[in-house]
Write a protein that binds this ligand. Structure first.
Ligand code: M6R
Length: 624
């Protein structure tokens, strides 16, 4: 995810901006840039593809002098990772400079309007339209004003045209050296010392300079000014008073957002990853853009005969959820396979096959090899659901629908799984709409449901955390665990078992609960707890509940991930995670997996294990 830093003070800005950006490297990026504002108000922009070290080298050859400026690390979403797409961006006059984190959803429409008015664009980014919108707005006034009220009025007018999310940091050469920070749905934090003011997308960027920070809220603006002033306003112009808080973090803690482990932070990043992945790709007006990302179009989707999903580990389990939803919502025969198995057997693919790779890293050797095999077959179109921008897989597949969760550092995949589910829902619903399986009304209502899911995820995190901790203490010495689920919750049972195994080293098996009596029930006794997913909305609720009774009758302790208000579940379960009600059973995996992730995390943490780097595992499995 992109990183931002802004500075006004008395020291040379360039080294400070670079240091701030270095502290944001953990977020992942593919290019970086800074703009230093000279004492005469001139903008000196230097950008570079790749690592910050390369930008620093470039700055040695092309130094930029001044005591204020902005900096940015870019994680590409719109446009390739190249020099022109790197931030900061400017307008046609070069009088405006800005950096952005987030997504401008209506940028194509805005760009068309701006081009028609004669604006010239330098990049393929969504961000650049905002620079030109500022230019438009500044030209509208006879003489550009630099009072806070005038700057806010310009920002208000610009943002009224923009749909999407942003942390924006903007300066104009007619603003007497002021820099404005604006926030909607993307983090922005201001910092202050006696004679300097800062802005950043994240606390780590500020820690080398100050621990006194003010969090900017949605719909607010902060104006950095020479003389160490940083007044805070509502975008409407009303002043806001908020005291600075002292951050008690060291640098590593800051990178973890105050969480003890990256895995815990990343579980909590899940709702934002889910939202980011939906942004600008949902509802009728975005179907074509979504298909384009996948390298498809409406007629290709209509002509599809089947889907082959390939992945490993967690990505494979996300694919299994995809199998249920593509068949149901898009009416397409879907087959999911572990990539390492697919490679070594004959699988018949007919014309009109979509081969869909799922991978967080985009580097998993087996998935890559399987995709190469499929790509070589006639009649097969390839696409990827991938997180890592520019990874090998993105260059192998015909199109890539990126999951937008930023770097996942914990070896156990968590936020990537929920973002993968988001892309699968988006694609299955869009395919269903294009193929006439879903009516406009059905499609819209499913999209509404997806949009509301992130708030249920946040609620689930709050509710589940204390119980997960308590249960971890009770069950940390269990000899093994059986994870059960049916229908779309079956893959979640597999994923839950994988999470527990890989970080707590407790053996766990994931099973379709209907299969229990065909073998695994022999394992059950007082020492073998059962972790079951039994949402009330499920079409097989009663069947799963009766499977649990069978396990309980044999002495197993039952932990159930059930639905709020389901009193009946207490008759068969000893401990219950009460999930927020979901609109449809199809969305239950997104909530259910949170309970499993938190439980596994707390068991491993209590056992004092290396949660983020479990033994024998690597984050990216680039060997067969
Ligand atoms: O990078 P990928 O998504 O292709 O990785 C696939 C698996 O290696 C990965 O999901 C692995 O199973 C994780 N450790 C699961 O938490």
């Amino acid at each position: 995810m992109c990183g931002i830093i802004g500075y006004i003070g008395q020291r040379e800005a360039a080294p400070l901006l670079i240091e701030g950006l270095r502290r944001l490297e953990y977020r992942g990026y593919d290019s970086a840039g800074i703009c230093v504002i000279s004492d005469a108000g001139k903008f000196g922009i230097v950008r570079e593809v790749g690592k910050i070290a390369r930008l620093s080298e470039k700055l040695i050859k092309h130094p930029v002098k001044g005591t204020s400026g902005v900096g940015h690390t870019r994680w590409s979403t719109h446009g390739a990772p190249n020099h022109d797409n790197a931030h900061p961006h400017t307008d046609c006059t070069g009088g405006i400079v800005l950096v952005h984190n987030g997504i401008i959803e209506n940028y194509l429409e805005l760009k068309a309007q701006l081009l028609a008015k004669g604006h010239r664009f330098q990049s393929d980014t969504d961000t650049e339209v905002v620079a030109h919108l500022f230019e438009e707005q500044l030209f509208k006034v006879k003489k550009a004003q630099s009072s806070d009220a005038a700057i806010l009025a310009v920002a208000r007018a610009v943002l009224s045209k923009v749909k999407g999310s942003y942390a924006l940091v903007v300066s104009a050469n007619v603003w007497d050296g002021k820099i404005i920070g604006l926030r909607k749905e993307c983090p922005l934090v201001a910092g202050k010392t006696q004679d300097e003011v800062f802005l950043a997308s994240d606390i780590p960027a500020l820690l080398p300079f100050t621990k006194e920070v003010v969090f900017i809220e949605d719909g607010e603006a902060v104006i950095l000014k020479p003389g160490a002033h940083a007044p805070l306003y509502k975008l409407t112009g009303q002043a806001v008073r908020r005291d600075a808080v002292t951050v008690p973090w060291d640098n590593l803690m800051a990178a973890k957002g105050g969480h003890k482990h990256f895995m815990h932070k990343e579980i909590y990043d899940g709702p934002a990853s889910f939202e980011d992945t939906l942004r600008g790709r949902i509802y009728d007006e975005n179907i074509d853009a979504l298909l384009r990302e996948l390298g498809l179009n409406r007629s290709k989707v209509k002509g599809l005969g089947s889907i082959n999903i390939l992945g490993c580990g967690t990505a494979y389990y996300a694919g299994l959820v995809g199998e249920y939803i593509f068949e149901h919502f898009a009416g397409l025969r879907t087959h999911v396979e572990i990539a390492s198995e697919f490679r070594y057997r004959e699988r018949i693919t007919g014309p009109g096959t979509l081969a869909l790779a799922i991978s967080q890293s985009g580097e998993t050797a087996d998935t890559l090899a399987a995709m190469k095999l499929l790509k070589a077959r006639s009649g097969v179109t390839t696409a990827g659901i991938i997180n890592q921008i520019g990874s090998t897989m993105t260059r192998t597949t015909g199109g890539t629908l990126y999951t937008r969760c930023g770097p996942e550092i914990g070896v156990a995949s968590t936020k990537a799984f929920v973002a993968q589910l988001a892309t699968l829902y988006l694609s299955a619903f869009a395919f269903g709409r294009v193929r006439g399986v879903l009516s406009a009304v059905e499609y819209k209502s499913l999209c509404d449901g997806l949009v509301h899911l992130s708030s249920s995820m946040r609620m689930a995190l709050q509710r589940f955390e204390p119980l997960a901790k308590d249960l971890a203490a009770r069950f940390q010495n269990a000899k093994g665990f059986l994870y059960l689920g049916r229908h779309v919750m079956y893959p979640v049972a597999l994923e839950g078992a994988l999470k527990l195994k890989e970080i707590s080293y407790i053996h766990a098996e994931g099973y379709a609960s209907g299969e229990m009596k065909h073998g695994p029930i022999a394992l059950i006794d007082e020492q073998m707890p059962v972790f079951a997913f039994v949402p009330k909305s499920s079409s097989v609720y009663a069947k799963t509940a009766s499977n649990l009774e069978e396990a309980r009758a044999r002495g197993a302790k039952i932990i159930a991930v059930a639905s709020e208000g389901d009193k009946g579940i207490y008759k068969v379960a000893d401990h219950v995670f009460e999930s927020p009600k979901s609109m449809t059973e199809w969305f239950d995996p997104v909530i259910g997996v949170i309970a499993a992730q938190l439980f596994a995390y707390h068991v491993a943490n209590l056992k004092g294990l290396d949660v983020d780097q479990p033994r024998n595992l690597a984050k990216s499995v680039t060997v067969e």
